[in-house]
Design a protein around this ligand. Structure first.
Ligand code: PLP
Length: 494
């Protein structure tokens, strides 16, 4: 028998009637009439399609008011942009999934300036004629790297593709077997090479490749020789690789271009930050490498971009490739990259102004002090649910820079109070952290949720702390019998 007031699907109100509901005018002006109509249809559709689910909350929202509450909640959720800020407490400073480098304030200001109005993006103001967008970056890149010429594309994967296709299409490219890298799933050097129309010629062995291996491999079919930075792994023990300067000399004598993909590529000596040495484009150019590629949003600390520096004749050939047009940078990226490069011209203030470098340089003691300040709020929020303590931990650079190198840091470690089902409890804590207004992303290790505070800088600490009490609401189960609206599904309910 039907419970009194439970509407059968056929008895649901019409869209038109709900559009005339008292709350509709305000919702339409806040969210727009089309999204409102769409949300009403969507909520009605949900009620109609699953009578059983509907039956549970129909008691609470059988009437038009209840349905309109669901509509308002849905509109609110849809209004949140899909791409939004999070707190990166993973301990990986350059996290590809979390957007890699944070832009310096100077770069953001330039993006805004150039986005607001027309610019001389491809217009030569001296000649009053069509210009080339690379000119906004080339002088700075040459100054910083010592190269003769430079061009820039959408990312480093694009740079490698474009360089190989421009210089070695339908030809062989010898690469050491120790450098046939895969980076983050979709970038595999052998695949990029075949897409660029080149034939990969493997030389040497996984652990040892010598100059003579290249000497033997270079022949009439060779289009270019390539070296790639082993970004996300290291080979230790009985190893050898061909010396870059000697390989450059060999390539010059045989008349084939020598390409080096540096991956991260830093423009400063990282030893200044207490980190181990990472190869720089300057060194490669000095060694006689013809073309060097590296990323804009890894250790450089700028926007996503692929930077190509090297010999003028080769860069011009690369620029003439029609693929360059398909891979080109947009004006906002050019503005940001130019602003970041300008910061490199003032080395004394560089680390303080480039967030990536500043985060990497942060001392463990400073991070531990931050953790100690945050701890009491977290302990209070998780009372009875999980314990929290400050622990030492290791951060890493990420994005393929020095994969084996750890940087001492400090973290908040959360452990569920009940040992039984603690895996599921940890999962719920992770979900609750992600459901906060600014989602918090940590990592689970050894039965704990670890929040490495390296990337929580002083200016964001208050905002982080302010939302922690919300964890409690997300974790404490709704009281039995309370009506759960269908739109709560998947947020804190699992
Ligand atoms: C990261 C990396 C790439 C890809 O660079 P993106 O800027 O992510 O496209 C290519 N080569 C190496 C060696 C890398 O480390």
């Amino acid at each position: 028998m039907d419970a009194p007031g439970k509407p059968l699907p056929g008895r649901l109100p019409s869209v038109d009637r709900l559009l005339r509901h008292a709350s509709s005018a305000a919702l339409a002006s806040a969210f727009g009439r089309v999204p409102l109509t769409d949300a009403i249809r969507s909520v009605l559709g949900g009620l109609r399609s699953d009578v059983h689910v509907a039956a549970q909350h129909v008691a609470a929202q059988a009437d038009d008011d209840g349905i309109m509450q669901s509509v308002a909640a849905l509109l609110g959720r849809n209004a949140v942009p899909s791409l939004r800020p999070v707190f990166n407490l993973t301990g990986t400073v350059l996290h590809t999934n979390l957007g890699r480098a944070l832009l310096p304030a100077e770069a953001i200001a330039e993006v805004v300036r150039v986005a607001e109005g027309a610019s001389n993006l491809e217009y030569d103001l001296d000649r009053g004629a069509r210009g080339e967008r690379d000119t906004h970056l080339e002088r700075q890149l040459c100054l910083l790297t010592g190269a003769e010429a430079a061009t820039v594309v959408n990312n480093n994967a694009a740079a490698v593709l474009l360089v190989l296709n421009s210089l070695a299409a339908r030809r062989e490219v010898p690469v050491s077997r120790g450098e046939l890298i895969e980076i983050g799933g979709s970038f595999r050097l052998p695949d990029i090479m075949s897409r660029a129309g080149c034939r990969l010629r493997e030389v040497g062995t996984t652990n040892r490749t010598h100059l003579r291996d290249f000497e033997e491999a270079i022949g009439p079919k060779t289009g270019a020789v390539m070296k790639a930075h082993a970004s996300n792994y290291s080979i230790e023990g009985f190893t050898a690789e061909a010396d870059e300067a000697l390989l450059a000399r060999l390539c010059t004598s045989r008349g084939v271009p020598f390409i080096v993909d540096l991956g991260s590529g830093t423009l400063i000596d990282l030893e200044r930050l207490g980190l181990p040495h990472e190869p720089t484009p300057m060194e490669s150019i000095r060694n006689g490498v013809d073309v060097v590629t590296f990323s804009g949003d890894k250790l450089l600390g700028g926007p996503q971009a692929g930077i190509v520096v090297g010999r003028r004749d080769l860069i011009e050939k690369i620029r003439r490739n029609p693929l360059k047009r398909a891979l080109r940078l947009d004006k906002m990226t050019i503005a940001a990259l130019s602003a970041v490069l300008r910061l490199y011209e003032d080395p004394d203030r560089l680390v303080a102004r480039v967030p990536t470098l500043r985060l990497l340089a942060r001392k463990a003691g400073d991070i531990a002090a931050c953790a100690a300040r945050v701890l009491p709020v977290l302990v209070a929020a998780l009372d009875g649910i999980a314990t929290a303590e400050v622990i030492d931990c290791d951060s890493q650079i990420g994005s393929g820079a020095m994969p084996t190198r750890r940087i001492p840091s400090a973290a908040l470690a959360l452990r569920p109070v009940s040992v039984r089902g603690s895996g599921a409890a940890l999962g719920r804590i992770a979900v609750a952290l992600r459901s906060l207004p600014v989602p918090v992303i940590g990592r689970i290790a050894e039965g704990r949720m670890v929040l490495d505070l390296r990337c929580l800088e002083a200016h964001a600490e208050a905002a982080f702390v302010a939302q922690l009490p919300g964890l409690r609401d997300a974790l404490v189960p709704a009281k039995a019998g309370a009506a759960r609206r269908p739109d709560d599904d998947g947020v804190a309910g699992r």
